[in-house]
Design a protein around this ligand. Structure first.
Ligand code: SF4
Ligand code: SF4
Length: 108
């Protein structure tokens, strides 16, 4: 079993995967980050880097998660290199955020 299969083999499915699957193929996802739920674990960064480059490395990710040592404030940013996970059944950053801090929706 490859790391890719291992990564994909876990994680909760959402109720409307079919709808998401269609949207993912069309690249029409929007992704919403909920700062109240985010723990700054950075799993989304790694999931994204795996989608984009086949490696686990924040430098290859479209996502940057930072946490202030002074205030503990977490910042989450997705840059222009995000392709909305168009080749995936659903965005991997959403799929592997185990705190439900990321939600995917279909663009209106
Ligand atoms: S995986 Fe979820 S909880 Fe972890 S840093 Fe990303 S958004 Fe925050
Ligand atoms: S949707 Fe895919 S490419 Fe975009 S930030 Fe999330 S994991 Fe990365």
């Amino acid at each position: 079993m490859t790391l890719r299969h291992s990564l994909r083999g876990e994680g909760a499915e959402t109720e409307d995967v079919t709808e998401m699957e269609k949207a993912a193929k069309g690249g029409t996802f929007k992704i919403v980050w909920d700062p109240k739920r985010c723990y700054g674990c950075r799993t989304c960064e790694l999931a994204c880097s795996f989608h984009r480059q086949g490696v686990y490395g924040p430098e290859s990710s479209s996502i940057r998660v930072t946490k202030s040592n002074q205030t503990g404030r977490i910042k989450w940013h997705r840059d222009f290199s995000c392709d909305s996970c168009g080749t995936e059944e659903m965005p991997l950053c959403v799929k592997y955020c185990f705190y439900d801090a990321l939600k995917a929706g279909v663009q209106p």
